[in-house]
Design a protein around this ligand. Sequence first.
Ligand code: ADP
Length: 502
Amino acid sequence: MATLTDKKRTKSRSSGRPAAELIFGNLWQFDPAPETADPKLKARYDLFIGGKFVAPASGKYFVSINPANESKLAEIAHAGVADVDAAYAAAQKAFDTVWGKMPGKERAKYIYRIARLLQDRAREFAVAETMDGGKPIKESRDFDVPMAAAHFFYHAGWADKLDYVAPGRKVVPHGVVGQVIPWNFPLLMLAWKIAPALAMGNCVVVKPAETTSITALKLGEILQDAGLPDGVVNIVTGFGDTGAAVMTHPTAAKVAFTGSTEVGKIIMRSLAGTEKKMTMELGGKAANIIFDDAPIDQAVEGIVNGIFFNQGHVCCAGSRLLVQESIADEVLAKLKTRIKVLRVGDPMDKNTDLGAINSKEQLATIGRLVASGVKEGATMFQPECKLPAKGWYFRPTVFSGVSMSHRIAREEIFGPVLSVLTFRTLDEAVEKANNTAYGLSAGVWTDKGSRILKMSTLLKAGVVWANTYNKFDPTSPFGGYKESGFGREGGRQGLLDYCKLV
Ligand code: ADP
């Protein structure tokens, strides 16, 4: 237990009295709380084409690794051009013969069944997601899997109401759509992509990211159990070459991509001049803005959630903290105190706050950008937490004294690294927040409703959260401005990106 002598005092703005800080030191330790559900992994995963698991034509497989301990999880098929052709042929056939002709209310039943089956196997999927990607089990259990199911439920609800989605207009599916998704929310991004496409009556060829293919292939099992007609969804695994084949295939009437801005640009260049419809959800460098009248303790929780959720592997992460100068010292002090008690380590432990970095390559990228922050003169803070000896981990990191020209203020780090900048006026906050190539999300913390409304119109970001951060809901459209991409996912707007209006 903490004693009185363990209490440190920092000045509190709200009460004017010093705030007590409990220092637990090593007095309170958490016992290990490992999640033990069976993820029911196979030793080898084939491609899911035409409703069946099939070996890749090339016979090539690659290994998926658990980033928490570097152990081998499973072998994953590497799809080549012939496999992608087969997937598109299956999708086109399913569209022409079954899915494109099926009334929406019948499609809804399949999508609803997928959601229910996913709920039934929720814990198993959460464990698989955590082992494959490194995110804390409490996040995959409480966020990724339930939110993925929620997207299927939501879109099942739309499938028989498409006459009302665009009043006065008729909606027609594109046909076959190609989709490529990233590794940060593997199952959730799959749900974001598949659910609206199916609800609208499209068939799909989708490629998961190379480091996190397992839950997509497990979803293939659910699609079989749901009796989804063969070929409606086809899952091809592999690297960038497979992704490029999916994006550029002549059968794809529309493509949807979530990933880095760099790869998004390559895809857009390769599709320029074609008839393909595109939606792109790319990188971000969001400003999380704290005004001096904000509820500071809540804001600190929001800052922590904004940058350390999923180890900062979040395109909408609040990676730039803009704090009003008059409260900057207090916010920074409270933030450091909070970060010191974050638990970093085994993602399968139910008490872990920050799990493993998804890959060795990503760990190196984070390391490089953090080194640039130190070199360019920003002040780095990291708590002294002990990291596991094996696996890929990075301490939660806060840089203060950052200026707009620093690389850590401009480039997407995609890791648990926060850059703190200050501002004096609302105009300066807006100027700094918008001074970026990106425009995916932003956060505003203030007591004033009118200021929230003003900020949300001035900030050039697709999503602006007020007095909260990282809030998601299938009914709410998500997407970017500028180099963060275009098109929306979720809500009516997301659905409309999967149809032609006639
Ligand atoms: P991140 O690593 O930030 O998620 P990437 O853009 O590298 O972003 O990866 C996102 C997805 O894009 C992954 O599934 C990856 O395999 C795929 N990919 C990589 N290069 C290409 C490409 N040239 N064309 C299509 N997809 C690609």
